[in-house]
Design a protein around this ligand. Structure first.
Ligand SMILES: Nc1nc2c(ncn2[C@@H]2O[C@H](COP(=O)(O)OP(=O)(O)OP(=O)(O)O)[C@@H](O)[C@H]2O)c(=O)[nH]1
Ligand SMILES: [Mg+2]
Length: 208
């Protein structure tokens, strides 16, 4: 990971304090299949040292976790990622990244408690890992945006093709992002906030 985690510098830091002007806080979850960049996104955008629960991958995952497109991956999230970003002087987002490996998905229930919305990260080399993630969000009625993460050797498809492959309704916003880039990760979260805002002001779209 190219960002400091909570173990690197122990103890409270001045920059970790909540801005005094913050009036509202919103919980957002970052979800997606194994290795799509969830921890990277939370780490790149967080204004506090992100809390991560990365553990070294072991042989336990052999034959269970598909490493296609993530062959060099050595660590995986076993509980959650946590970060914070101030959208403006009044609004603070608390970010919770979920574990990607299906055997840790039982933890999702707690992580989703009180969440207003979700970012679903997608890797176009492994779209199939996103199906069950999206199903679970739809079952829970959590509004979400889909962010296509830019991996260098990932095929670039028009958004509408990806929408159709994922069977996503027209009203679900889709964006491209590079989870390593702070500005890009921030834009992705802004897309979610703007979508959540539109849901409160517009008549509910027709859902199947
Ligand atoms: N090129 C490129 N690499 C990325 C991007 N996002 C993440 N990566 C790399 O992909 C690997 C996996 O990223 P993680 O952030 O650990 O993925 P994750 O979704 O948290 O993985 P799990 O917690 O194991 O499910 C890391 O080596 C990242 O550096 C991206 O936008 N572009
Ligand atoms: Mg992770």
């Amino acid at each position: 990971m190219d960002f400091a985690n909570s173990e690197a510098q122990a103890g409270p830091q001045v920059q970790d304090a909540l801005p005094a002007s913050a009036r509202s806080a919103v919980k957002v979850v970052v979800v997606g299949g194994f290795g799509v960049g969830k921890t990277t996104l939370v780490g790149s955008v967080s204004e506090i040292r992100p809390l991560t629960t990365e553990e070294t991958m072991t042989q336990a995952g052999a034959g269970v976790d598909s490493l296609v497109g993530a062959e060099n991956k050595t660590e995986t999230t076993v509980a959650m990622d946590f970060g914070r970003i101030s959208i403006d002087e009044n609004l603070v987002l608390y970010l919770f990244g979920t574990p990607g490996q299906e055997r840790f998905w039982f933890l999702w229930k707690g992580l989703f408690e009180g969440a207003l919305g979700a970012v679903v990260l997608i890797d176009t080399r492994r779209l199939e890992v996103s199906f069950s993630v999206i199903n679970r969000l739809e079952e829970r009625g959590v509004p979400f945006v889909v962010a296509v993460n830019a991996f260098p050797d990932a095929p670039v498809h028009p958004m509408e093709e990806i929408r159709s492959a994922l069977d996503l309704p027209d009203y679900v916003p889709m964006v491209r992002c590079d989870a390593r880039e702070r500005a890009s990760s921030r834009d992705t979260l802004l897309a979610l906030m703007s979508y959540l805002h539109s849901l409160t002001t517009a008549p509910a779209p027709e859902r199947p």
